[in-house]
Design a protein around this ligand. Structure first.
Ligand code: SAM
Length: 283
């Protein structure tokens, strides 16, 4: 008998998103969260934390290319990069496509996520053991509060603002991120659905302004497996503006990077096409 298995992420009392499941590859409970990796019919292998979609083999390229290449091409010569969260390894994989990057400090809270993804999601986790990657298992909130290191680019690849990730969306965290960036540094964070969480994005933008960032630009992209399907990142920069990058420079470099979504036109176009209701949040 072939069982008809489905996984549903329930968004609220009236909305859920479901996928049909071929197999449950991993199920575990860490100190921080419940972890599952499922094999699904239409989205390939899928990482679920506390019943919430984190990433899928089918659509992960959209998220991981845009969280990495937008900041790394906005900075003219990124060498030292900090990635907070992102335990599946997709962001680290994209960051390492940049030859200028010499060191990636990868601060992830939950070792069980790393181990499960290394075993069951190798397409994403394939670069976690690269010699340029320095994996630090600790809380990113504590890390940025305590470290004296300064980075060119910080990427916050976080889940929803609940549980251990709540503090990754609070005022103090952004002040510490500012402190951990070099004088011309910049950061990008996963900032939820503009359709459902506009108030949260407004708060984030205000905290980033208070922290001292000069350039703050949310950007939008489709994410079929996240609530509402419309998702955002927010870039905050001390100096460099993503609209002022040299397109030829990106064009030359991207040729050898094997991207599926990102290119020099997307780099600027994604900001130029920011919808009015989201732009108003910053103004
Ligand atoms: N792309 C995903 C999304 O938008 O839902 C995020 C994926 S990644 C798996 C998120 C990671 O952040 C998880 O592995 C989780 O363990 C980690 N995390 C949560 N809170 C954290 C914290 N305070 N410090 C460092 N990592 C954290």
């Amino acid at each position: 008998m072939k069982l008809d298995l489905w996984f549903s992420e329930v968004h609220n009392d009236n909305i859920a998103f479901s996928v049909r499941v071929k197999d449950i590859l991993f199920k575990g409970k860490s100190k921080y969260q419940e972890i599952a990796i499922l094999d699904t019919y239409d989205f390939g292998r899928v990482l679920i934390l506390d019943n919430t979609f984190q990433t899928t083999e089918r659509d992960e390229f959209i998220y991981h290319e845009l969280i990495s290449h937008i900041p790394l091409f906005t900075h003219p010569n990124p060498k030292d990069v900090l990635v907070i969260g992102g335990g599946d390894g997709g962001t680290v994989r994209e960051v390492l496509k940049h030859e200028s990057v010499e060191n990636v400090d990868f601060v992830e809270l939950d070792e069980m996520v790393i181990e499960a993804c290394k075993k069951y999601l190798p397409k994403l986790s394939c670069k976690i053991d690269d010699e340029k990657v320095n994996l630090i298992i600790t809380d990113g909130i504590k890390y940025v509060a305590e470290t004296d290191k300064k980075y060119d680019v910080i990427i916050v690849d976080c889940p929803d603002p609940v549980g251990p990730a709540k503090g990754l969306f609070e005022k103090e965290f952004y002040k510490n991120i500012f402190k951990c960036l070099k004088e011309d540094g910049l950061m990008v964070q996963q900032t939820e659905s503009p359709l459902y969480d506009l108030e949260l994005i407004k708060n984030i933008v205000n905290y980033l302004k208070e922290a001292g960032f000069k350039i703050i630009m949310p950007y939008l992209y489709p994410m079929p497996t996240y609530p509402s399907g419309m998702w955002s990142f927010t870039l905050a920069s001390k100096k460099y503006n993503p609209l002022e990058v040299d397109e030829e420079h990106i064009k030359n470099k991207i040729k050898n990077m094997d991207t599926k979504y990102y290119d020099e036109k997307v780099h600027k176009g994604i900001f130029l096409a920011t919808p009015k209701f989201l732009k108003e949040v910053v103004e």
